[in-house]
Design a protein around this ligand. Structure first.
Ligand code: SF4
Length: 284
């Protein structure tokens, strides 16, 4: 696709965004129809992953969350439950929303303000939290335009130290039983659409808490993932999960693939996981 076509595609995407904003209830249906109408948009998604960089609204995050990698899916889940995240969680998730999903500063401020309600009202939010969000976007302090963290930074940055810290990488920082429970929950989001983040009663937290190990049948499915975790191959385990939810079975393990990543490709950042996963499912 040449530059002219990309410009045309972006214009078409903007037209789509205007259409879906006028018809909130049919947003994703319209988006799907539109994608099937324009092959060049599908090309753009395949090559550049630009669809979700255009006109993302704070209300869209609910829909996108299913396609997030486990680290970000878990942070969003806890944010919804607690109406709050500690600093490290806000930093990890906020930079992902900015760079990985494409949320603008204005939409990001709306997202966080609404997510903190009713625990914090607008005055408290603006007093205590808005500065950090603007700072992430390079609008305050040193005015550095921060990028999102990759897997290595998330795994090695700082270990969650107490039960109310939800940042980090589940593959590295969760206890074995909590990771099994969480992976079962995560996989069920794909197998049972009604089992959304909103409706789930899943109660896993970080390594410092105790939850019962799930006995659901998908525990068997995740044994190869747990094997990679036991070898401290956290990014390989994440890649293996991605292929499992995309219906490729254990292509990562066994060398053949039908998923959005090559058989031996390794996920190295949450941005890459989301882009690959979202684009795979939107094309189906
Ligand atoms: S391996 Fe990377 S993308 Fe996957 S859960 Fe861990 S930090 Fe997130």
């Amino acid at each position: 696709m040449n530059c002219i076509n990309i410009e045309q595609t972006i214009k078409q995407i903007n037209t789509l965004n205007e259409a879906v904003q006028k018809n909130e209830n049919k947003k994703f249906e319209l988006k799907f129809i539109y994608l099937n109408e324009f092959d060049d948009i599908k090309d753009a998604i395949n090559k550049f992953g630009i669809i979700h960089k255009q006109g993302i609204r704070h209300t869209d995050i609910e829909y996108y969350a299913k396609y997030f990698p486990p680290c970000m899916n878990f942070l969003f889940k806890k944010l919804k439950e607690k109406n709050h995240l500690k600093f490290d969680g806000r930093m990890q998730f906020g930079l992902f929303l900015k760079c990985g999903v494409g949320l603008s500063l204005a939409e990001s401020l709306l997202f966080w303000e609404k997510s903190f309600q009713p625990k914090f009202d607008t005055i408290e939010f603006n007093r205590h939290y808005a500065y950090n969000i603007r700072h992430n976007y390079g609008k305050e302090g040193s005015r550095i335009d921060y990028t999102s963290m990759d897997c290595q930074q998330i795994q090695n940055h700082s270990e969650p130290k107490s039960f109310d810290h939800y940042h980090g990488c589940p593959f590295k920082h969760f206890s074995t039983s909590n990771l099994i429970d969480y992976l079962n929950f995560y996989i069920r989001q794909y197998r049972d659409p009604s089992n959304s983040i909103i409706s789930s009663t899943f109660s896993s937290t970080t390594t410092t808490t105790t939850t019962s190990t799930s006995t659901s049948t998908s525990s068997q499915d995740i044994l190869p993932i747990m094997s990679l975790v036991s070898q401290k191959s956290y990014c390989k385990a994440c890649s293996c999960l991605l292929q499992l939810i995309q219906g490729g079975g254990y292509s990562y393990y066994y060398g053949n693939t039908s998923s959005s990543i090559d058989a031996q490709e390794i996920i190295t950042s949450p941005d890459k996981y989301f882009l690959s996963n979202f684009n795979y499912f939107i094309r189906k």
